[in-house]
Design a protein around this ligand. Structure first.
Ligand SMILES: C[S@@+](CC[C@H](N)C(=O)[O-])C[C@H]1O[C@@H](n2cnc3c(N)ncnc32)[C@H](O)[C@@H]1O
Length: 233
């Protein structure tokens, strides 16, 4: 069992959206597992399938880890992997720490650079169910490319926008004060169309069904991090 010692350092100054996300998920932390079950969230099942085809990572960074729900999925497939988690919600950070599955869990706003994570410090990065909260996912992906070792992988989801069926897949949606940003398939592919990325899979799925009955479409992505520096802005 890894050392579940808390990393108590917080990043000062989360973005306004980051603060709104933190408030939303702080309020949901106690019933999060039930919310996920009721919404038939696709993330854990999709992750389990993808992990079957990946080489064992020594270090896994779980972005937007919430209460550590994906930790058991990673552990089942790769028992020796060292897991680190990141979330902006303090309640979720505490819950992920309490799971005992993560070596460290830090409170951090993904709208900010991952400057406390070293270059080449992970073989696998997960960004499931969290990128729709960012207006600029490209900035985070540059950071992910820096943190990943060459040969490493990113498994991620994006909320989908379908320009020809905007009623089913709008450009943005809201939960309370939190905005969810959706991208077209071409926009997602464009994030990975140049080195150091190689797009290995891009699949359209129903990500989850919200309490109001909205079947939220997702793009599920596997991307390989090739050699070379992260691409410039
Ligand atoms: C829907 S949950 C997904 C949890 C987990 N990744 C999964 O797939 O089951 C989204 C999580 O992302 C976190 N999150 C959203 N925006 C974030 C941000 N800007 N910085 C850090 N965490 C964020 C939320 O606090 C929440 O815990």
């Amino acid at each position: 069992m890894p050392d579940a010692r808390a990393d108590v350092a917080d990043v000062a100054g989360a973005s306004a959206q980051g603060e709104a996300v933190a408030a939303l998920y702080d309020g949901m932390a106690a019933r999060y597992d039930e919310v996920v079950r009721a919404g038939r969230y696709v993330g854990p099942g999709w992750l389990a399938l993808r992990l079957r085809r990946l080489p064992p990572p020594a270090r896994v960074l779980d972005l937007g880890c919430a209460n550590g729900r994906l930790g058991p999925v990673v552990r089942r497939r790769f028992p020796a992997a060292r897991l680190s988690g990141v979330d902006v919600s303090s309640a979720m950070v505490e819950a992920a720490r309490a799971s005992g599955l993560y070596e460290s869990v830090r409170r951090h706003d993904l709208a900010r650079p991952l400057d406390r994570w070293d270059t080449g410090s992970a073989e696998l990065v997960l960004a499931l169910g969290c990128l729709e909260f960012l207006a600029e996912p490209a900035a985070l992906l540059r950071e992910v490319a820096r943190v990943l070792v060459p040969g490493g992988h990113l498994l991620a989801s994006f909320q989908a926008h379908w320009p020809d069926r905007p009623a089913l897949a709008p450009r943005s949606t809201r939960s309370a004060d939190v905005r969810h940003h959706a991208l077209t398939e071409d926009e997602v592919a464009g994030l990975f169309d140049a080195p150091p990325w190689r797009l290995e899979a891009l699949e359209g799925v129903t990500g989850y069904v919200s309490a109001t009955g909205f079947a939220c479409p997702y793009w599920m992505v596997q991307a390989g991090r090739q050699g070379g520096p992260p691409r410039a802005e």
